[in-house]
Design a protein around this ligand. Structure first.
Ligand code: PHE
Length: 338
């Protein structure tokens, strides 16, 4: 039996050392150590041996059982480790593979231009104000020195909500709303949507304006010119030239329109500037004393200037956009260019 046991040990070692798969190793374990395994069978037969042989064979059998158990465990670890390495090799993630990207949105060109303009004025010390788009006739016209029989009302093709209530035709009513709440000095810009009954390549029934208002002691037209010149050079470039033409607005006196040298042909004359070399971009002037009276400001003590321009027009000129409707059509292929 001792010889048989030695034999079993050698066969077991031979099998264990060549096994490649965990399932096969398990089968070997069962073959030798299972309930009907070769070593187990011998242990079962111990009883039939003469008493003096039992401890000798028993010891040997136990020794070999332990030996095989350990050999199986060691092999098992080895195979598991190999399996793990194989998985690491074959199942590794290729981190150099580009991921699937999500489509990113971005700000609309109007908002970008609006922020850019607001930033320029904030740097000069202006604050940002806002007011309602549904406005009373009082703020939109009356308080801005434009009574109902005033001819200038005809130039604003106004959307009426109901008698006395309009969609604001410009951002100027916010001038009055700010002055009512604030004592001078005042320096605000007001970006916002405005509405006029108008629709063609350069007009949309809804568009965006930026209002500016500054009130203090000793404010002159030179301050207005300096501020606007600084702004257009920052926004359109240092080489931009400006000119002021006398104009009329009920709420400013004197009033002017400001032109800049054509951003497309640099003043040489082209289709965009209708061969004049100049582009009209804004209206401005010194705040009319009547407006100050409505605001409750002292006409003798304070002067102020105001200006207003189309943000959409600024964007169109800066990026050579041919039609204002492109800005509101929400065509992704157009908008993605910015
Ligand atoms: N509100 C005027 C317009 O819409 C522009 C303007 C604003 C003119 C402020 C003078 C002063 O045409």
């Amino acid at each position: 039996m001792i010889a048989e046991l030695e034999n079993i040990k050698h066969t077991a070692i031979a099998k264990i050392s060549t096994v490649e798969l965990l399932e096969d190793l398990e089968q070997i374990r069962v073959e030798f150590l299972g309930k009907k395994g070769k070593v187990t069978e011998i242990l079962k037969k111990l009883g039939s041996l003469p008493p003096e042989e039992r401890p000798i064979v028993g010891n040997k059998a136990n020794e070999i059982r332990d030996f095989i158990t350990e050999a199986v465990e060691t092999k098992k670890k080895e195979l598991l480790e190999k399996e793990f390495q194989r998985k690491l090799e074959t199942e590794k993630v290729d981190i150099s593979l580009p991921g699937r990207s999500l489509g990113k949105g971005h700000m609309h060109v109007i908002n970008r231009v609006m922020n850019e303009i607001v930033d320029i004025f904030i740097q000069m010390g202006f604050q940002v104000a806002s007011g309602p788009e549904v406005e009373t006739e009082y703020y939109n016209f009356e308080s801005l020195n434009t009574p109902s029989d005033h001819p200038a009302r005809d130039t604003h093709d106004t959307f009426y909500i109901k008698p006395g209530i309009v969609l604001r035709t410009h951002t100027s009513p916010v001038q009055m709303r700010v002055m009512e709440k604030t004592e001078p000095p005042v320096a605000v810009v007001v970006p916002g949507r405005v509405y006029r009954v108008d629709n063609d390549a350069s007009h949309s029934p809804m568009f965006n304006q930026m209002e500016g208002l500054l009130v203090d002691e000793d404010v002159t037209f030179a301050d207005l010119k300096g501020t606007l010149m600084y702004f257009v050079k920052k926004f359109f470039g240092e080489e931009t030239k400006v000119r002021f033409r006398p104009h009329y607005f009920p709420f400013t006196e004197p009033s002017a329109e400001m032109d800049i040298s054509c951003t497309v042909c640099m003043g040489k004359g082209c289709r965009i500037c209708k061969n004049t070399g100049w582009l009209e971009i804004l209206g401005c002037g010194m705040v009319h004393p009547v407006v100050f009276s409505y605001a409750g400001y002292d006409n003798e003590k304070y002067q102020g200037y105001a200006f207003g321009f189309g943000i959409d027009r600024m964007a169109m000129l800066k990026y050579a956009i041919p039609s204002i409707n492109l800005l509101f059509d929400n065509n992704i292929r157009f908008l993605e260019q910015f």
